[in-house]
Structures are given as structure tokens and as C-alpha cells.
Design a binder for this molecule. Structure first.
Ligand SMILES: Nc1ncnc2c1ncn2[C@@H]1O[C@H](COP(=O)(O)OP(=O)(O)O)[C@@H](O)[C@H]1O
Ligand SMILES: [Mg+2]
Length: 246
């Protein structure tokens, strides 16, 4: 208990937003058991934009899912804002995610019967914001992404790139403290992707917020503070970005 308090205090002092220690995760059982995360440590500071890169199958999506509390690790601990997310009950976890986290998944997970703007407003509806206000905010974010003409379209009428932008707007609209993005520019053309990444990285300029972005797109590295390489379930080389203030 005392140790835990000291750790919390240290994390507070170090401006840590994410602190992952000794994360392991396997899929399957017995002979077919595949270790995917093999003891990952990762810290993300407030105000940081971190790119997570590495070959396909190296465990990037699995790590992001563990950090988000969507997937339970086998061993290790993840603290976000000092809170050990895996110790929270299901209801507490839902509230914690609603209040602090934003996700952009590889699958966009849009609700098929809602329009683009309604989909983007979902996190605000869940927080109990009045419908008109929520729609207004979602509209603003979508317009900054060149989606002003597509607000009323349902997902099946949108292209892959448009659906991706709705998913990004949905992650941004609630102004989460921690934004987790899994290949957010995969379906976007160069120019749109560039603009969207700039918007995502803006989040990390805020002193209390941070962004983790999984990407293969080396053109966007200039926007980050740090690049973390994953290889075979482990976090390897860590590169400091050129603009690191330290
Ligand atoms: N739900 C799952 N069940 C079984 N194997 C999985 C599951 N999710 C991921 N894997 C396996 O874990 C490994 C790492 O996957 P992933 O984290 O998606 O890697 P990356 O995002 O770096 O491409 C892959 O070999 C993948 O097949
Ligand atoms: Mg992946």
C-alpha cells in the first residue's frame, strides 16, 4: 500500500500519463499458445506525441488494446493518470474510458444507423450532453476535416477514407486526455492524412494530454516527440524526435 502511494506520487511528479510495466500477453492455449507481448515497459508523459512503429504482427495493436483496458494482459500493470485500469470494475472502466480516453481503431466501429455527425457525437451523448450542443460540436470537428458536405450520410454511403475521418472526429470531439490511434491515416490520401495527423498531434501540445499513434507512415514522424520501435513483442529502440525540448 505504501509502495503503491509512493509510485503514484512519483508518477504525479514525473508528469506521467501512461506507465506500463512488465506487460505480457499470449493468445491461444497449450501447443498453439503464441506469446505476443513479452514484457513491455512504456511511459508516456503529459504533452507527448508518441509514434509506435514496427513490423506487422509485432504486437502494436495488442499493446494499445492493453493500455486502453480493452484487453487484459497476462502479467504486468498499466497505470493511466495514476489509476491501475485493470483493477477497476467493468462499470468504473467504462466511466474512466468515457472521461479520459479516445480511440481510433483500425476497424472504424461506426454505428450503421446513425449519420456521420451523429456517430461523431456519440462520446458527447454518452456524457449526457444535450443533443443540439453535441451535434454542433461534432459538426465543427467534421468540418475541419473536409467532411462538411457529408454530415448527414450514414456509414454505408461513405468511402473508407470518409468513414475513417468520422472515427477520428469521434475520438477528438470529447477532448480526451489520452488519445490512442491505430494507423489513423491508412485509408487517407497524402494531403488529407497530413492534415489529420496535424490535428491529432495538436492534442499532444496540450500540457495535460498525450497521443499514441501506431503508424507505418514515416512522412508524419516529424510531428512527434518520440518514436518507439516494437519488434517481436518487445519495445526496442527509442528515438527522440528532433523537436524534443530536453
Ligand atoms: N485475438 C487474437 N487471437 C489470436 N491471435 C491474435 C489475436 N490478436 C492478435 N493476435 C496475434 O498476435 C500477433 C500480434 O498482433 P498485433 O498486435 O495485431 O500486431 P501489429 O498490430 O503489430 O500488426 C499476431 O501474430 C496476431 O496474429
Ligand atoms: Mg495492428
Amino acid at each position: 500500500m505504501v509502495n503503491q502511494s509512493v509510485e503514484l506520487f512519483e508518477q504525479e511528479l514525473s508528469h506521467g500519463l501512461v506507465r506500463a510495466r512488465g506487460i505480457t500477453k499470449s493468445f491461444g492455449e497449450g501447443d498453439t499458445k503464441i506469446p505476443v507481448l513479452k514484457g513491455v515497459d512504456l511511459d508516456v508523459a503529459k504533452g507527448e506525441v508518441l509514434f509506435l512503429v514496427g513490423p506487422s504482427g509485432s504486437g502494436k495493436t495488442t499493446l494499445l488494446s492493453v493500455i486502453a483496458g480493452i484487453l487484459e494482459s497476462d502479467e504486468g500493470e498499466v497505470r493511466i493518470l495514476g489509476e491501475s485500469i485493470h483493477d477497476l470494475s467493468a462499470a468504473e472502466k467504462t466511466c474512466f474510458r468515457r472521461d479520459h480516453l479516445g480511440f481510433i481503431f483500425q476497424q472504424y466501429n461506426l454505428l450503421p444507423t446513425l449519420t456521420a455527425v451523429e456517430n461523431a457525437a456519440v462520446p458527447l451523448f454518452i456524457r449526457g450532453m444535450k443533443k443540439m450542443e453535441a451535434i454542433g460540436r461534432a459538426e465543427e470537428v467534421l468540418k475541419t476535416m473536409g467532411m462538411g458536405e457529408r454530415l448527414k450520410a450514414v456509414p454505408s454511403k461513405l468511402s473508407g477514407g470518409e468513414q475513417q475521418r468520422v472515427a477520428i472526429a469521434r475520438a477528438l470531439v470529447g477532448e480526451p486526455q489520452l488519445l490512442l490511434c491505430d494507423e489513423p491515416t491508412a485509408s487517407l490520401d497524402g494531403e488529407t492524412g497530413h492534415r489529420v495527423v496535424e490535428q491529432l498531434c495538436e492534442v499532444g501540445k496540450h500540457p495535460d494530454r498525450a497521443v499514441i499513434i501506431i503508424t507505418h507512415d514515416s512522412r508524419i514522424f516529424e510531428f512527434g516527440d518520440r518514436i518507439v520501435h516494437m519488434e517481436d513483442g518487445q519495445v526496442g529502440q527509442i528515438q527522440q524526435g528532433q523537436e524534443d525540448p530536453i
